[in-house]
Write a protein of this length. Structure first.
Length: 277
């Protein structure tokens, strides 16, 4: 006989069954990351391998590093994967992240037009190159978006003794956009621009642009990964987020990074420590 108890049991069973697909779909994480990991094509290579291994989907929010860390500070990501170590360490120290891990590195390169109005092509000293660009007021495109690349650019201007916020002009153009957009703008303007090597290798619409300066130790570009603190944001998917971190610093994840090439060129060099720190 159908009674109230049977009704309750059926209602609960229906609720469980109806939620099952959504629960299955919820095996996913949000990673706030840089535009360089996206624009270079790295995620397109490694994320299918991670999903095949774990069944976990990864949704990437590609932003500048500063914006990615802000996204995580609001609790809108489970993991951050960025490249501005001082900012990353502060993020953890302030309680927003659990632990920072080195993942990989590449380097920055100064891109410029083949006409080379600053006369710096083929040189190695990035500080001397920026000094020459300012002295000749050669067109320069800045991302201007608080990204890791933008922060690196500002640090290099400081190394050159230039407060670029106070000492710029029409020759210096901030666009507030990602790496791909900055390269496109530089190509259209025949301007210089600081880029990470990975995005440059993947960039197709080079026009008259080429690498002008490379090889300076000050152009080193380290990437790190951090789990967003579930004690601050209880909805963070700790298990899945940590699974992604564990995989990317593992032998399999590091090999996946090393294996990603374009035209025979490796875009990133893995450097996670064996102990995962």
């Amino acid at each position: 006989m159908f009674n109230r108890r049977s009704f309750v049991v059926l209602t609960v069973a229906w609720a469980i069954l109806s939620c099952a697909p959504s629960l299955a779909q919820d095996k996913s994480i949000v990673v706030a990351s840089t535009t360089s990991t996206q624009d270079s094509g790295l995620f397109g290579h490694i994320l299918p391998l991670f999903k095949e291994k774990t069944g976990i989907d990864v949704r990437v929010i590609a932003q500048g590093t500063g914006q990615a860390l802000d996204t995580a500070r609001r609790g809108d990501a489970d993991v951050v994967f960025v490249h501005a170590k001082p900012q990353e360490e502060k993020f953890v120290a302030d309680g927003y992240g659990v632990k920072r891990h080195d993942v990989m590195y590449n380097d920055f390169v100064l891109i410029g037009p083949n006409s080379d109005p600053a006369g710096i092509a083929g040189t190695k000293d990035i500080v001397a190159a920026l000094t020459a660009i300012k002295a000749k007021q050669a067109p320069f495109v800045s991302r201007g978006d608080r990204s890791g690349t933008h922060q690196a650019e500002l640090a290099l201007w400081r190394d050159a003794g230039v407060d670029i916020a106070e000492n710029n002009g029409p020759w210096y153009r901030e666009i507030g956009q990602g790496m791909g957009a900055a390269l496109n703008t530089a190509s259209a303007m025949n301007a210089y621009v600081l880029a990470d090597r990975g995005t440059w290798i993947a960039f197709k619409s080079r026009g008259d642009l080429a690498i002008a300066v490379e090889g300076d130790n000050r152009l080193f570009n380290q990437y790190g990964i951090i789990l967003v603190n579930p004690e601050k944001f209880p909805h963070v998917k700790k298990e899945y987020g940590q699974a992604f971190i564990d995989w990317i610093v593992s032998r399999d994840g590091q090999k996946a990074i090393a294996d990603y090439t374009i035209g025979g060129q490796q875009l990133f060099s893995p450097d996670a420590r064996a102990d995962g720190s």
